[in-house]
Ligand binder design. Structure first.
Ligand code: GDP
Length: 366
């Protein structure tokens, strides 16, 4: 096929992969002016739609941003900080200031201490080598936290452009659509911008006469649990509404399985209550530690699912980690899934997650 360029964003038109830049249905090729589906949605519905990038394209995109003087807003999923955080951002974006927007707060139980969550996000970003100016908690879907987000953007951009970046599935498109929606009157002016040297369209939303907010394509993040799962399995682990804590009284030498995607062994510490914060529909299965390996061998993909059969082939093997927790109430965080609050006292646990999807701990949020 001879190369056709999208007249909106400059991406090379392709008809195979819907989630990649330049996708257009075959029927669109017959039109005199060909535009990709993303530009079509934007033009006709004033709606942004996420496309994802390969690592190479991502590097190109980021180096475009490095050459500008702008504010960067990184959107992360608070249920998947480790999986959705882009830590190469600082090195690649030069000295531009960065704001962190933690999305999906609507899913947290009401009793969550939001300040602690912000502190943890701030601290975690710093540990990953990316100092951020401020952390905002939002729900793109419910419109929570947008006054604060908009006001932080105004403060830190100092009249300059704003780039919104994020891994796929963090809710970046939902967030931008919300911002567009709240800025009445401006939506007619949205365009895609062709950045020479890349094949990527950045969506250009004017902020004032001299500056714009740009939506950038989503980055595929290999630390993301969702990356290894079928759409159906992603649905099974993603909370749809506010999480209801589930409490398990465990004796030493008992194990919990979260579907078949994570495992938690309580090794030592007497009889204790563990509070689990996972999607309400995710099955949590309790068993004796001595039976746990065998149960997994025999029942992963069935009793212990997700993963379904399709995802099992993609999913890396479990990696295990034993930790002794003595610092008071602690959350053990399984990125992309949820977390378990470990009570005070001397507690030893062993945690398992697919290799590369790294478990972390933090002072308890609740
Ligand atoms: P993108 O790939 O980063 O552009 O992500 P999308 O905007 O397409 O959102 C990914 C998924 O997260 C969709 O299923 C959204 O409905 C969901 N989502 C986005 N924002 C929120 C939010 O604030 N709360 C909840 N509960 N879900 C959200």
């Amino acid at each position: 096929m001879e190369e056709i360029i999208c007249q909106g964003c400059g991406a090379s038109i392709q008809t195979e992969e819907e989630k990649k830049p330049g996708y257009a249905p075959k029927s669109a090729l017959e039109k005199e002016v060909v535009i990709c589906k993303r530009c079509f949605r934007l033009k006709h519905y004033n709606e942004v739609q996420d496309v994802s990038l390969t690592d190479d394209d991502f590097l190109k995109m980021i180096s475009e941003i490095r050459n500008t003087d702008a504010l960067i807003v990184q959107v992360v999923d608070i249920f998947d900080f480790n999986g959705s955080f882009i830590n190469s951002l600082q090195r690649l974006t030069g000295s531009n200031p960065i704001l962190l927007a933690g999305n999906k707060v609507d899913l947290l139980p009401k009793s969550t201490n939001k300040n602690k969550l912000k502190q943890w996000l701030h601290h975690s970003a710093k540990e990953e080598g990316l100092p951020v100016k401020d952390v905002l908690l939002v729900s793109a879907e419910k419109g929570i936290g947008f006054d604060e987000l908009e006001s932080a953007i105004e403060t830190y951009r100092e009249g300059k452009d704003v780039y919104i970046v994020g891994s796929t599935n963090v809710g970046k498109s939902t967030l931008i659509n919300k911002l567009i929606n709240r800025t009445s009157g401006i939506s007619d002016a949205i365009t895609t911008s062709y950045f020479p040297g890349t094949t990527l369209g950045f969506i250009d939303i004017p902020l004032d006469e001299d500056s714009s907010l740009y939506d950038t394509p989503g980055v595929i993040n290999r630390k993301q649990m969702a990356h290894y799962l079928s759409d159906e399995d992603v649905k099974a682990i993603t909370p749809g509404k506010e999480i209801k804590p589930r409490v398990f009284q465990l004796n030493e030498q008992q194990t919990l399985y979260f579907g078949g995607l994570a495992r938690f062994d309580f090794n030592k510490g007497g009889r204790k209550s563990f509070v689990c914060y996972f999607a309400n529909q995710l099955n949590i299965h309790r068993t004796k530690l001595e039976n746990a390996d065998d149960l997994y061998q025999r029942h992963v993909g069935e009793l212990l699912s997700p993963p379904g059969q399709e995802s099992m082939e993609l999913l890396p093997e479990f990696e295990k980690n034993t930790m002794k927790l003595t610092e008071g109430k602690t959350d053990v965080v399984f990125p992309g899934l949820g977390w378990i609050t470990i009570p005070e006292g001397d507690v030893t646990v062993t945690v398992y997650s697919p290799k590369g999807v790294t478990i972390s701990i933090r002072p308890s949020l609740i």
